[in-house]
Design a binder for this molecule. Structure first.
Ligand code: TYD
Length: 204
């Protein structure tokens, strides 16, 4: 099992606060003059854009095809010869991603077989995985507050299953993946401080 050094992945349910926390961490690295790159999945690249069209119900397909699209977007995200994460890591930068293959295992396994999802997501692990664990009810409140049109996955029942899948997956991480589970009910500032403390204990 290969581990991508200096690769930090943020995971959580929709509304868990990963986007806020990853931006705050980026600001911290900016302040400390560390070289970093911040990214997210689904990406804004062509395959990722197609994924978003499925989420917005502009394109209708099957759960399996969607799972394959997420995995294709991820493969491109990692290995694209011009903008791939592995290249950026090779340049010595810290790479932070808002979601990675753990999202596929947690979300796509609700509607597809877990073995299929695992098989198509045989990607290297990140050195750091930060899981922001926020109860489904809190996520639902935040999603509603945002007032965005509800996407395919913004449903309480669905998110409950997603959370179970995440928790199960976190128990079987390979050696070399450093996991931090933070309580998403804490204030933004306290969560941010906990994440920084954890990463700085690894000199990141
Ligand atoms: P995200 O961009 O994090 O949500 P938002 O647009 O609200 O910031 O992710 C979009 C949705 O895609 C979200 O519901 C999680 C889901 N998703 C999967 O189901 N599988 C995946 O592999 C990924 C990366 C995301």
């Amino acid at each position: 099992m290969s581990i991508l050094k200096s690769f930090i992945v943020f995971e959580g349910l929709d509304g868990a606060g990963t986007t806020t926390q990853i931006k705050n961490l980026a600001r911290y690295y900016e302040f400390n003059k560390r070289e970093y790159f911040i990214t997210n999945e689904p990406t804004g690249n062509p395959i990722g854009r197609l994924v978003r069209e499925v989420l917005q119900k502009k394109v209708i397909t099957t759960p399996e095809a969607l799972a394959l699209l997420y995995a294709a977007d991820r493969s491109d995200h990692l290995y694209n010869p011009s903008y791939g994460i592995t290249r950026i890591l090779d340049e010595g930068k810290i790479v932070m991603s808002d979601r990675y293959f753990y999202s596929s295992i947690a979300y796509q396994s609700v509607e597809c077989s877990k073995s299929l999802v695992r098989t198509i997501n045989d990607f290297p692990s990140p050195e750091f995985l930060i899981f922001i664990d926020t109860p489904v009810e809190d996520c639902m409140k935040r999603i509603e507050k945002r007032g965005e049109e509800k996407e395919l996955f913004d449903r309480a029942e669905f998110l409950t299953k997603v959370r179970e899948n995440y928790l199960e997956e976190l128990k079987r991480l390979p050696d070399g993946v450093n996991l931090l589970v933070v309580d998403g009910r804490m204030s933004i500032e306290d969560t941010e401080a906990e994440i920084r403390r954890y990463l700085s204990s690894f000199s990141l």
